[in-house]
Each structure stands twice: as C-alpha cells, then as structure tokens.
Ligand binder design. Structure first.
Ligand SMILES: NC(=O)c1ccc[n+]([C@@H]2O[C@H](COP(=O)([O-])OP(=O)(O)OC[C@H]3O[C@@H](n4cnc5c(N)ncnc54)[C@H](O)[C@@H]3O)[C@@H](O)[C@H]2O)c1
Ligand SMILES: O=c1ccn([C@@H]2O[C@H](COP(=O)(O)OP(=O)(O)O[C@H]3O[C@H](CO)[C@@H](O)[C@H](O)[C@H]3O)[C@@H](O)[C@H]2O)c(=O)[nH]1
Length: 528
C-alpha cells in the first residue's frame, strides 16, 4: 500500500511536415520535421535561435511541481526526448520527493514515465533563478485556490502565485521567452502577467500564452498521452502567432494536429472554466434526479442509462454520487460566478452557483440520510468510512465529499473509522482544517473520535454502519459476509457511489441505502 501526500496544504501555508497552410488561421501552419524536432519553418521567431542549435531543441521550465506540473511535464519529456524539461518549485520537500521513486502524488503510470525520463531530459529543481534564465518556454502551473479573504472572498480565484511567478521571471530573464499559463485562471489573467513582464522588460519581448490543462486526476497519464484536445490561446499579433506555433510544435510530437486548437487568449482562458462548469453541471443534474428517484421509486442508474444513450446527451459524467469533490470543479465554477458578477451578469452568476448549491445539498442529504436511517442518532456509534479521496486512483482529498460527511457525523458525536488505500491521516486533517475549519483547537477529542485504519476489515469491525464514499475498485471485492458478521446489528450500508451489488448485500443481511435507489420495502415493485 502506498501512502502519498501532495504536501498541498503546507505549500499553501507558505505561500500554484511538410509545409501546410490553413487559410484564415495563420497559426495553424508550417512545420518542418527533423526527427522528433518540428520547428516552425519561420526561423525569425520569438524563441532564441541559439537554443535551437545547442544540445537541446528547446528548454522548458515549469514553475509548479504539483498534480498538473509534474505529470504534464513528465509526458512532454517522454514524448520529446530532445526537449530539456525542468519542473521547478519553491517547495524543497516537493522537489525532493519528485527526485525519488516515492513521488509526491499518486497517479497510475506516472512513476514509470518519470523513471524513463528522469536525468535523461526531465529534471526537478528548486533552483528557479538558474532555470528561468536558461528556459526558452516557461509554464506557470501553480495553485490558484479560491480566495478566502478580502475582495471576492469565497468566489474569486487567488492568482497571487501566478503573479509571483511573473515577477520572478521578469527579474531573472535576460532574453525573450514564451510564458505559458497552465494554471486555471480568471479570464484576462494573461493581460496582468503581460503587464508585469512588460513593466520589467530590458529590451526584449515576452509572449504570454494560455494553455489550460484538462487532465483528470487518476487518469492523468492516459489523458496527457491521448488528449481529446490541446488548447492554446495567444495574442493575435505576428509575434504572438509565432509563439503559438512554437508551443503547437511541442504538442505536435504526439498529438494529431487537428486536435490542437488555437484561439485568442481570452477564449482559451474562459474555455477551461466553461469545460469544468459543464462537467460539474452534469453531475449536479444527475444528483438532483437521484433525490427524485428515491422519492418516486425510479432508479437513477436506469435514468442515467436511458438518458445517456441519446447521442446528443452522451453517457459520461452521469454517474450519481455523494457529490463531486476535487480541487477544480467548485473552485472553477466559483471563478466563473465571480467573473459573471464582476461583469454585472447576476442572472448568469446565479445560474452557475446553483450547480454548487446542488452539490452541497447532495452531500448534506447523504449525511442526514445516515442519521435518519440509524434511528435518528449516531451518538457513540462506530461508522466505517470506506474511501476518503475525492475519487478513485488518487490520494487527493481536496474538497472531498467524504470530508463533509465525516464532519457532519462528528457533529452528531459518531465514532469514525476511515480506510482509504492512498490517503494519509496528515492530509486528511490538513484538508479538514483548511476547508471545514475543524481542527484540534476547536474540536476537543478529535483524534479519539477519528481512527484511520490500514485495513478495511479492521475499519468495519464492530461498526454500526459502513459508508462507501470513494469508488475504489478494491471495495467491490471485499468479503462483505465477513464484514457483516463483524458488525453491530442491524448492520447498515450506505453506498454513496452505487458501487456494490445491493441485492447481494441484502441477502447477506445488510440494510442498504444507496444514492438514487428507492427503498425496496417502500417501493416493492422496483427492479433494484
Ligand atoms: N489538479 C488537477 O487535476 C488540475 C487539472 C487541470 C488544471 N489544474 C489547475 O492547475 C493549477 C495547478 O494545480 P495543481 O493541482 O497542480 O496544484 P498543486 O497545489 O498540486 O501544485 C502547485 C505547485 O505550485 C507550487 N508553487 C506555488 N507558488 C510557486 C512559485 N511562485 N514558484 C514555483 N512554484 C510555486 C507549489 O509549491 C505547488 O507544489 C491550478 O490552477 C489548477 O486549477 C489542476
Ligand atoms: O459522473 C460523474 C463524474 C464525476 N463525479 C465526481 O466529480 C468529481 C470530479 O471528477 P473528475 O472530473 O473525474 O476529476 P478531476 O480530477 O476533478 O477533473 C476535473 O477537473 C480537472 C481540473 O480542472 C479538469 O482538468 C478535468 O478535465 C475535470 O474532469 C469527483 O469527485 C468525481 O467522483 C461524479 O460524481 N459523477
């Protein structure tokens, strides 16, 4: 069992071909292939040409060695052996971990890619001054969390770390560079970055591009190797278009050209927020229907299937759950909400905020359902939580729905036992403190009230209820008869992910409650 910590919260504490010309779009053009090296055929470009003739085709620095910077750069290094890729960070702890096989994040397939490229053309460093000086292209991939105080608190994205990176680049750079926003940012952040860089120019030019990342945690390597699309926005000036071409040429090493979209800066920045808002909206939509299913006797899985088979709607992101979590959906929708408000579009802001409100309703509904089902009290009862990460195949706990369920149950004086194959107790507490404000100072006895187990059977032993809150594959194959036998009776099972076979569980003797699944006693005709 691997235990991984992103170190995220402590980090926050001390701080994110042949020539073809496509008419009408001068950036969709012109590559000369030289092995892996595809150079814009126009040599009069933004990049320092000297770098092209050296040992490397290009030198890339990524500022920010987190969930995005690490995997993204590892895949660029893998796919472009003639590009030197350095991932830099202000956190020594984070960089030290990247330089071992005990990587700071858990992501299937990542270690293999890092091992293949590390010390070949992939390097991890805290020497940002040196690397800024040497790089041709600098990605900014730092955290941009929701502001917690000041103007826009609770909605606006804090781009402080992006600004710090821009200032750092401006201070160190001695020649032209392309600066790429990889972080998710409010629209027109590129303007702020450009102005900071321009204000410090010493006779050379910076080009600022937007290249938002669409990877999902748990499938990052797969997503990066085969992206649906790569989006690059940039200034529609001659120099800007050349910079776009340079970045396109990097991705064109493995991404089909027609999947590399080029747009203006503001469309690129906004598309990222819109993509996440649409995805989260689907989850909130199906979760709202899950509540209606429980009330009416309809089965949410059957609804998802029936609705998703319409090609116009599509099958994905219709999986009902205890609610969406993760570092992106809520933050990015709030970012969108704040933008709408800033531009006086209150109706648009209200529309998108509803996606988050529905998510809050779903999380709350789940914990209230637990208490109601267990005779309206969980005081002193042991409740086993299987899964704490915000989704499977990651150890990330940012905004995880499990945390909100645990917080609610703690308020009801339950005894919590958590098992998750990737989440550390330390990360659990850091996130609980950061997001819910629950810590040892304001909750005496917290440590005694929450136990973390390294064995799921131990977590369930003697429990009154088991809650499935992350869809880890290993939970499908646990011995539920053994679990049932070890539990207090009646033994409750709350499935927040619709992961298990509820008929089988009922045969064993469990009283099962599941999202969007009507109670078979209340609705005897149901198919569940
Ligand atoms: N996590 C995801 O799945 C995901 C996917 C797409 C986009 N994004 C966006 O990408 C950005 C990064 O997200 P993340 O999850 O990788 O964050 P993260 O917290 O995992 O990593 C950010 C890293 O940036 C470092 N950092 C902060 N300030 C710095 C500075 N001035 N110089 C150098 N390093 C600095 C931090 O130490 C940290 O290691 C965010 O804007 C996020 O919204 C995230
Ligand atoms: O049908 C679904 C799909 C997802 N979820 C939940 O939604 C959350 C987000 O899941 P997912 O989108 O798979 O993971 P993220 O890593 O947060 O990725 C999202 O956020 C990233 C950061 O911006 C984007 O890059 C990705 O494209 C976008 O999918 C998780 O809690 C999931 O369990 C559901 O409940 N039901």
């Amino acid at each position: 069992m691997q235990q991984k910590s992103s170190g995220l919260r402590p980090v926050l504490a001390f701080s994110w071909r042949q020539k073809t010309h496509i008419p009408g779009n001068p950036c969709q053009s012109v590559y000369a292939v030289e092995g892996c090296r595809r150079l814009p055929s126009n040599r009069n470009q933004v990049l320092p040409v000297s770098k092209m003739s050296g040992e490397w085709d290009l030198k890339i620095l990524c500022m920010g060695a987190g969930y995005v910077g690490g995997p993204t750069m590892a895949v660029i290094a893998k796919q472009c052996p003639k590009i030197r890729v350095v991932v830099g960070d202000i956190s020594q702890k984070q960089i030290d971990a990247w330089n071992t096989d005990d990587l700071p994040i858990y992501e299937p397939g990542l270690l293999e890619v890092v091992q293949e490229c590390r010390h070949r053309n992939l390097f991890f460093s805290t020497d940002l001054d040196k690397e800024i000086d040497e790089a041709d292209v600098i990605f900014i991939s730092v955290n941009t969390p929701t502001k917690t105080k000041g103007i826009g608190a609770g909605a606006a994205a804090n781009i402080k770390n992006c600004e710090l990176c821009a200032r750092h680049i401006a201070k160190i750079a001695k020649q032209s560079k392309i600066v790429v926003e990889k972080s998710t940012v409010p629209v027109r952040t590129a303007e702020a970055i450009s102005r900071i860089l321009r204000a410090n120019e010493k006779g050379f030019e910076f080009q600022v591009l937007s290249n938002p990342e669409f990877l999902a945690e748990g499938t990052a390597i797969k997503d990066l190797m085969n992206p649906d699309r790569v989006l690059i926005g940039g200034p529609q000036t001659t120099e800007g278009l050349k910079a776009i071409e340079t970045l396109v040429s990097v991705y064109a090493n493995w991404v089909p050209r027609e999947q590399i979209l080029t747009t203006n800066l503001w469309s690129s920045e906004l598309s990222k927020l819109v993509a996440n808002a649409f995805l989260a909206q689907r989850v909130s939509s199906i979760n709202s229907i899950s509540a209606l299913c429980e009330a009416t006797g309809a089965d949410v899985n059957e609804i998802s299937r029936a609705v998703g088979m319409d090609d116009r709607i599509g099958k994905r992101f219709l999986q009902p759950s205890v609610g969406f979590g993760g570092s992106c959906f809520q933050k990015d929708i709030l970012n969108l909400v704040y933008l709408c408000e800033t531009y006086g579009l209150q109706a648009c802001a209200d529309y998108w905020r509803q996606v988050i409100q529905m998510n809050d309703f779903q999380k709350k509904r789940f914990s209230e359902g637990i208490v109601a089902s267990m005779f309206n009290t969980v005081t002193g009862k042991k409740i086993a939580i299987l899964g704490y990460a915000f989704k499977k195949d990651t150890g990330d706990v940012r905004e995880t729905p499990s945390m909100f369920v645990v917080r609610d149950l703690l308020q009801e004086n339950a005894k919590i036992h958590v098992y998750d194959p990737q989440v550390t107790r330390g990360d659990m507490w850091l996130e609980m403190d950061y997001t819910c404000g629950v810590n040892h100072d304001n909750t005496p006895g917290l440590d005694e009230a929450v136990t973390t187990s390294t064995d799921p059977y131990l977590a369930c032993d003697g429990a009154h209820a088991v809650c499935i809150l992350t869809e880890w594959d290993e939970f499908k194959t646990l011995d539920y008869k053994k679990i049932y036998d070890s539990m207090a009776k009646p033994a409750f099972l709350f499935d927040g992910r619709l992961l298990l076979d509820h008929k089988e569980l009922r045969k064993i003797g469990f009283e099962v409650h599941a999202i969007g699944k009507p109670d078979p006693i209340k609705f005897p005709g149901s198919t569940i």
